[in-house]
Structures are given as structure tokens and as C-alpha cells.
Design a protein around this ligand. Structure first.
Ligand code: NCD
Ligand code: ZN
Length: 344
């Protein structure tokens, strides 16, 4: 039996939502991960330290009894963000980072940033405070092809931003392209990238395999196979520049299986299983711990989780959906299928 023991991993990019859906999804992340960076794209968004502190309490109340889990909070950057509130929230230990959504890039991003010029004072304050900026890296202009939006963002927005704020720590979230991988590598030391399970497992053909597959639709969208291979190489390189960020993004089944479906893959129940399969296929299980448990804390300046967990090669079926009482179901990654790895 193949077994792997590693420090308890963290998830550096999750969407927990709020209310009943939050209470249904938080246990999956809390059982598998020691900490998670929580995305602030609620309605209304988590834009201030006070809103983040209140959201953190609601999340903690949803953590199952006996489970130790720390949510790390982020503030949603808007053109009107107050630099003093943001850096005070960081100094007080409420805010770990700030999330930049270009306006209209993805789910609940309509209050996002309209131009880097509009948020210069906040970025300058964060640079001074050593507070990381987490970026959804896609341009949003209608004339740019959806498959090109990340590469164009790197050229048009990210490279100028990195040059303007040379001391700002930046995470390119959910990297999906070779161009995204390259920009992280070129700025090693002040930059890192998170990679989702779905972008390591699938290329864009998977969206249309035998018919349209709404549960694999997420943003940034799945790309060509050449990009998937670049992401696999980056995740398994062992250089600590890329780390685990599932981008688990639950949406009720009926809001994905519809004429205009929501973007997001709910991967929390099977994320470690998915990453382990990829690392096994790449012959890189010896580097799994760097990606899942060590590189993230090193970038964020946090201790590694002290506990160790063991996983083994043992297949088990995955439920087709999880229930949100009174609201409906959410379909997880590998829902109704079998996974090859299980926790001991
Ligand atoms: C995320 C969501 O639903 O909140 N969706 C997604 O497809 N990844 C937002 C995001 O991270 O882009
Ligand atoms: Zn996300």
C-alpha cells in the first residue's frame, strides 16, 4: 500500500460563501486543512476590517466540534478602500491579505477595481506594511478572448504594477497559463502563485467532453493542454514558488445546470485526493509536501502546521452531491466518481 505522510496542508484560496451554504461547506475544508485564505467576494463584499472580523466569527461557528481550523481573512479591494483601515486590519491580525478583483472579472466582482490608478494609495500602504496582494489576473474588456484574458493581464496590468511597487508581495491566484507561470518565476522572492486541482487535471477539452460540463466551468477558464503541462511542471518543481489553492467555489447545482451557469468548481471534499493523483502521475509525490504544506506558510511568513497527516492509495466512491438544507445541492469535483487516495 502506498502511503504518504506530510505536515497538515493549508488551502491558500477558498470561497466559503455565507449563511446555510457556508455552514454546509466549511466542514470539508476545516477537516482537511489547517488554515485557509478566505475570499471576500460575498454580497455585499467583505471590504473592511470590521466586516472581515465579523465574517471570521461566522466561519468559526461553522467549524465542526473538535476540529482545529484557522480562517485567514482577506479584504475585497475597491476604488474606495481606505488604506488606513486595511493596514490597521493587518497589524491587528484580522486581515492576512487584500484581494484584487478587476471589476466584472468573475463572481461578485462588480465592486472590484476599475483601474490600478484608483487604488495606488492602498497598494503603497500595503507595500510599506509588507501585506500581500492577491490578484485575480484577468483583463475584462469584452473584445479580449476569454482564453487570452490571463496572458493579457500579465502584460498589460501585472508587469506595470510589479514595476511600480517593487516591494509589494503579490500572489497570482489560480494561475492557468504558461505566461502566468513565467511571471511568477521571474519575480521569485516577492511573488508566488496558487494552482487549483482542476487546472492540473483538465484542459479545455474537458468542458465539452460528450456534451457541455457546467461543473468544470470556472474562471479563469480551463486552457489548452500546453498550459496544463506548464502548470503541472510548476506545481511539482519543488521550488516553493507555487502552492496549493483550491479555489473551491461552491454554487448550488441549479445555478450551474442552467442556461447561464455560475463559474466555480466545488473541490473542497476531494481536493487533496485530486492533487495527490496529479503528483503521483508526475512521479513527484516526494515534492507534494512542499506544494501542499510548506511553500504557502513560507511565503506568508507563518509557521508550518505542526501535526502530520497520512494518506494512502485506497479508492473510495465520492457522493454525487452535498446537501444545503432548504436550498438544494452542490456537486463536488469527482461527484459520483471514484478517487484513488484516501486519508488514513
Ligand atoms: C469564484 C466564485 O464563484 O466565487 N469562481 C470561480 O470560477 N473561480 C470566483 C473566482 O475565484 O474567480
Ligand atoms: Zn476564487
Amino acid at each position: 500500500m502506498t502511503r504518504l505522510t506530510f505536515h497538515r496542508p493549508d488551502d491558500w484560496h477558498v470561497h466559503f460563501r455565507d449563511g446555510d451554504p457556508m455552514r454546509a461547506v466549511v466542514p470539508f475544508t476545516a477537516r482537511a486543512f489547517g488554515r485557509a485564505i478566505v475570499m471576500p467576494n460575498l454580497t455585499p463584499p467583505v471590504t473592511t476590517t470590521a466586516l472581515a472580523a465579523a465574517y471570521r466569527e461566522r466561519i468559526l461557528a461553522a467549524v465542526p466540534e473538535g476540529v482545529t481550523f484557522t480562517p485567514l481573512m482577506t479584504a475585497y479591494l475597491t476604488d474606495g478602500s481606505d488604506p488606513a483601515d486595511i493596514v490597521a486590519g493587518h497589524a491587528d491580525g484580522v486581515l492576512t491579505a487584500v484581494k484584487l478583483y478587476p471589476a466584472h472579472a468573475t463572481t461578485n466582482s462588480q465592486f472590484g477595481v476599475t483601474s490600478i490608478a484608483a487604488v495606488r494609495p492602498v497598494l503603497a500602504a500595503m507595500e510599506k506594511a509588507g501585506m500581500p496582494l492577491l490578484i485575480h489576473g484577468e483583463v475584462t474588456r469584452a473584445e479580449v478572448d476569454v482564453f487570452d484574458r490571463e496572458a493579457r493581464f500579465v502584460e498589460e496590468v501585472l508587469l506595470p504594477l510589479l514595476a511600480d511597487f517593487p516591494g509589494l508581495k503579490v500572489v497570482l491566484e489560480h494561475v492557468t497559463t504558461a505566461e502566468g507561470v513565467a511571471v511568477v518565476k521571474a519575480h521569485a522572492g516577492r511573488m508566488a502563485g496558487t494552482i487549483t486541482p482542476q487546472h492540473l487535471l483538465y484542459d479545455r477539452n474537458a468542458l465539452f467532453k460528450g456534451g457541455i460540463r457546467p461543473h468544470l466551468y470556472c474562471l479563469p477558464i480551463l486552457k489548452r493542454s500546453t498550459h496544463k503541462l506548464a502548470l503541472r511542471a510548476a506545481a511539482t518543481a519543488g521550488d516553493g514558488l507555487f502552492f496549493l489553492g483550491t479555489d473551491t467555489a461552491p454554487h448550488l447545482k441549479h445555478t450551474k445546470e442552467t442556461a447561464c451557469g455560475c463559474a466555480g468548481v466545488f473541490s473542497a471534499p476531494t481536493a487533496i485526493e485530486a492533487y495527490l493523483s496529479v503528483f503521483e502521475e508526475e512521479g513527484a509525490l516526494d515534492r507534494f509536501e512542499i506544494f501542499a504544506s510548506l511553500a504557502g506558510p513560507a511565503f506568508y511568513g507563518l509557521p508550518v502546521n505542526p501535526e502530520r497527516v497520512t494518506w494512502e492509495k485506497r479508492s473510495r466512491p465520492v457522493a454525487e452531491a452535498i446537501e444545503v438544507p432548504g436550498a438544494g445541492e452542490i456537486v463536488p469535483l469527482f461527484g459520483g466518481e471514484t478517487v484513488a487516495w484516501s486519508p488514513v
